[in-house]
Design a protein around this ligand. Structure first.
Ligand SMILES: NC(=O)c1ccc[n+]([C@@H]2O[C@H](COP(=O)([O-])OP(=O)(O)OC[C@H]3O[C@@H](n4cnc5c(N)ncnc54)[C@H](O)[C@@H]3O)[C@@H](O)[C@H]2O)c1
Length: 245
């Protein structure tokens, strides 16, 4: 039996990067997946590769009406909702002194408000299904004060906290909520270190290389599956040991 047989999952930000690989791996593990993203052509293309087990729905995670359409399309096509991966996010690096407040607000709106809507809109169908699993994708920037990560870090600490609050409110309905905290993950929109500089950049890390996207998917699959049935409200750091201190 595959790890996600029979599960229906929504993955936001699935047109590229980690979300795209989560969608591929979830389908390979037996799930049916609704991929959502702002990028329509790229999202449609990923869903097409995945065939009957996948559906793409255009989505701006900031918008309540978009979430309503995503949930409606999920229930119409697959009949239930078991898993939500709040993956979509944006990023900037800037010191607090140099950051524009407009950029801070954009980041909080996508990363925090977008995840909040996701949790809020998943509750009713997951209660109806008798339970579910929600995963907020945070970052090691949500476990440490990393310089030049004021806006992004604030958003990633917020989604970590939101997962804990949601876990405390929703456990009674069989809904578990956790966060994943990746370190640097190659082949994604947010990873800008060229191949030739990676050995030097990661030399000080216990596992001295960036993560593959699949290595984050493995943890997302575990948290989405019944194998993690007694785990909720916890942080799952996947960073090659970078923040072990
Ligand atoms: N790449 C890394 O090294 C890294 C490290 C730690 C955490 N993360 C986190 O992992 C997750 C995935 O990161 P990634 O690097 O794969 O990102 P990415 O930039 O490759 O992909 C993000 C996707 O989100 C979509 N998106 C952006 N705004 C959106 C919106 N308003 N509504 C819907 N979709 C929207 C984008 O179109 C894009 O397809 C993010 O939450 C990120 O913060 C990434």
């Amino acid at each position: 039996m595959a790890q996600l047989d029979g599960k229906v999952a929504i993955i936001t930000g699935a047109a590229q990067g980690m979300g795209e690989v989560h969608a591929h791996r979830f389908v390979a593990e037996g799930a049916r997946v609704v991929l959502t993203d702002l990028q329509e052509a790229a999202g449609e293309a990923v869903a097409k590769e995945l065939g009957e087990s996948a559906l793409f729905v255009p989505h701006d995670v900031r918008e309540e009406a978009d979430w309503d359409r995503v949930i409606e399309a999920t229930l119409e096509r697959f009949g239930t909702l078991d898993v939500l991966i709040n993956n979509a996010a944006i990023w900037s690096t800037a010191s607090i002194e140099s950051e524009r407040v407009e950029r801070l607000r954009e980041i909080l709106e996508v990363n925090v408000v977008g995840s909040w809507w996701g949790i809020r809109k998943a509750i009713a169908p997951m209660r109806e299904a008798g339970g579910g699993s929600i995963v907020n994708i945070s970052s090691i920037a949500g476990t440490r004060g990393i310089p030049e990560h004021g806006s992004y870090g604030a958003s990633k600490w917020a989604v970590r906290g939101l997962a804990k609050v949601a876990a405390s409110e929703l456990g009674r309905y069989g809904i578990r909520v956790n966060s994943i905290h990746p370190g640097g993950v190659k082949d994604t929109g947010m990873f800008l270190i060229p191949e030739e500089e990676q050995a030097r950049s990661f030399a000080g890390q216990p596992i001295p290389r960036p993560a593959l996207r699949e290595e984050i998917s493995n943890v997302a699959i575990f948290l989405a599956s019944d194998a993690s049935s007694y785990i909720t409200g916890r942080e799952h750091v996947v960073d090659g040991g970078l923040t072990l201190w």
